[in-house]
Design a protein around this ligand. Structure first.
Ligand code: BTN
Length: 248
């Protein structure tokens, strides 16, 4: 078993537009398992072209570059962000905070967002060059700042009533990653499916799924062996969902 120091290479910026953008633009210059982190991002990206507010240096903004290590890489690609969602929840547990996953990879505490994951792929000549797995975690935000975010949000310092050491949080997360990634990259989602379901907050609930301009409503029945959401539509038909946003 290796710990995070021997697993990763590190590049840190005081300020950058987006660690994900930088990772994708320079993917060929970096080895797999390189961490690009920043104290601030001037154009932090969220899922679905949203903005990720990244002006507070005591929060965590980083991207892991991952490249193919075996023939199974293409199969596990869609689920890497779901693995990261589980690992984030595990680290929050170390602070005695119960975080939950909203499919596919939003991290919430008490229904409020505390962390987000943006996974982007770089493809050239039909070949996958690598993956940018971007993670933003609200570690130290004021009540005032949280109120300005355009969705219900919380921050770890608010929950534990103490400031959080971001280096320490990152180390715990990267340790979890280095222990789990190799097994996951060989076996895929089914290895983590039970834990993913256990940590999820949407199963057996009536939800709304928005996929571009389509909206589906129904019961979130299950998450299958591939990490897809199985939605029982109000008309009794089942729909397998592999992209989109869900609303509880
Ligand atoms: C989400 O919308 O939930 C995903 C947010 C992802 C934010 C992180 S911060 C580090 C990395 N760089 C970016 O520009 N975005 C991701």
């Amino acid at each position: 078993m290796s710990n995070f120091k021997s697993t990763f290479n590190f590049f840190h910026f005081d300020k950058i537009d987006s660690t994900n953008k930088y990772a994708i633009q320079n993917i060929n210059s970096f080895e797999s398992k390189t961490i690009i982190s920043a104290d601030k991002q001037t154009n932090g990206k969220g899922r679905n072209n949203r903005n990720w507010v990244s002006s507070e240096p005591n929060n965590l903004y980083f991207t892991i570059i991952l490249k193919s290590s075996n023939d199974n890489f293409i199969n596990i690609l869609p689920n890497i962000s779901q693995l990261m969602a589980i690992l984030l929840c595990r680290v929050f547990e170390n602070y005695e905070v119960k975080a939950e996953i909203k499919w596919p990879n939003d991290i919430l505490v008490g229904g409020k967002k505390i962390a987000g994951i943006l996974c982007e792929t770089s493809i050239k000549n039909n070949e996958i060059q690598g993956l940018a797995l971007g993670v933003g975690v609200n570690l130290n935000l004021s009540e005032n700042f949280l109120n300005k975010i355009d969705q219900p949000a919380t921050s770890l310092n608010m929950l534990i009533k103490n400031s959080v050491d971001k280096k320490n949080f990152l180390e715990q997360l990267l340790n979890e990653f280095s222990f789990s990634y190799s097994g996951f990259s060989q076996s895929g989602f089914h290895l983590i499916r039970d834990e993913y379901k256990e940590k999820s907050c949407f199963l057996d609930k009536k939800i709304k799924v928005v996929i571009f301009d389509e909206i589906y409503e129904g019961l979130a029945k299950d998450v299958d062996e591939n990490g897809q959401l199985l939605l029982m539509l109000d008309n009794g038909m089942q729909k397998n969902i592999n992209l989109g946003d869900i609303f509880l």
